[in-house]
Design a protein around this ligand. Structure first.
Ligand code: XIL
Length: 330
């Protein structure tokens, strides 16, 4: 079969992976698969604050530079992930950041990082995971360090600074738990849309929404009308949509590999069937290339202790059933 990037392109879609820079440097088979299959990529960790900011006055760009160059040399578009998040902040952050310097910290970081790669990034995840209804605020915003130190204006500060630093990147709001039909996710979708509308009303430069899409198989969940409605609501605000971190948690599936791979493939197909029907969806990226690298085995270990099989290629870089499922959905 043709590579996924080719099949995606026929439907005006980009396809790709979150990349681990060490693997990319060291593994020939990893690199070969990436080159063959993808038209877009994102750093799994290399562009986060914790990776870029070893000390308050120091930046480390080796890995991020390597990735951006790799993309350019091979005509793979690059997403930037991310400029403002409550997690993976550097160790020094808590002791250093305060109400007096937080705005400067945030804007200088964005100017430095987005400015360094200006004109070379397809889309930036400017703000990641800013909504959390469980934190109990009436506006549904997450009680993040940025919110506590700056107030809700940190959102527009981040987007406006990013636009100035890189006027050509599509500026994206990225979040998770907005995919399924549960009451919690319905509430979260509504809060995300309310936040986006507030920002749009204030003419904040925001071009796209990233739906992370860490989905699960074997849970009885179907993805459907609510997700479609969410994507449509984005379209009504002139927002493009990217599936930014797709993978399938297989904890609820049996241990047998054949059954598990069938269940995971079915989840990919069902999910993408819904999402790709919407014309403002422009890209699909899985969160990792092969099962051996997936964050899920650590983050959400299976009860039986065997590694998760959440991605499209197995640990030996052999295509799984899920590859044909994605092809079918394209
Ligand atoms: C994860 C990485 O995959 C891990 O390697 C890291 O230890 C923690 O972060 N949502 C996001 C991603 O936006 O940045 C996260 O990536 C997964 C959840």
């Amino acid at each position: 079969a043709a590579p996924l990037k080719t099949q995606a392109a026929a439907h005006h879609l980009l396809f790709g992976f979150a990349l681990n820079v060490r693997q990319l440097r060291e593994s020939e088979s990893y690199r070969r698969l990436v080159l063959e299959q993808s038209s877009i990529a994102v750093a799994e960790n290399a562009m986060k604050w914790s990776a870029l900011r070893p000390a308050p006055d120091q930046y480390f760009f080796d890995d991020a530079d390597f990735l951006v160059q790799f993309g350019e040399q091979n005509r793979i578009k690059l997403r930037g992930h991310n400029l403002c998040w409550h997690e993976q902040l550097p160790k020094w952050f808590d002791a250093t950041a305060n109400g007096a310097n937080a705005r400067t910290l945030l804007t200088e970081h964005i100017r430095t990082v987005a400015g360094r790669y200006a004109g070379r990034i397809h889309s930036w995840d400017v703000v990641n995971e800013a909504v959390e209804p469980r934190d109990g605020r009436p506006d549904g915003l997450r009680n993040s360090p940025w919110l506590r130190l700056i107030g809700e204006t940190y959102l527009e500060l981040a987007f406006r600074t990013a636009r100035q630093a890189d006027p050509t990147a599509l500026l994206t709001y990225n979040d998770y738990d907005i995919e399924d039909e549960s009451p919690y996710q319905a509430e979260k979708r509504a809060a995300v849309l309310r936040m986006l509308r507030r920002l749009k009303q204030r003419n904040v430069p925001i071009d796209a929404v990233g739906i992370q899409s860490h989905i699960s198989a074997g849970t009885g969940h179907r993805y459907g009308a609510s997700l479609q409605q969410f994507i449509l609501s984005c379209r009504e605000m002139d927002l493009e949509v990217f599936v930014t971190e797709l993978d399938v948690d297989d904890r609820e599936l049996p241990k047998q590999v054949a059954e598990r791979d069938a269940g995971v493939a079915e989840a990919y197909r069902q999910y993408l069937d819904v999402v790709l029907r919407e014309p403002n969806v422009r890209a699909v990226l899985t969160w990792g290339v092969d099962d051996a690298q997936s964050w899920l085995s650590g983050k959400r270990p299976r009860a039986d202790g065997v590694p998760q099989r959440p991605l499209l290629w197995d640990a030996q870089f052999r295509p799984k059933k899920a590859v044909s499922a994605v092809e079918q959905a394209f």
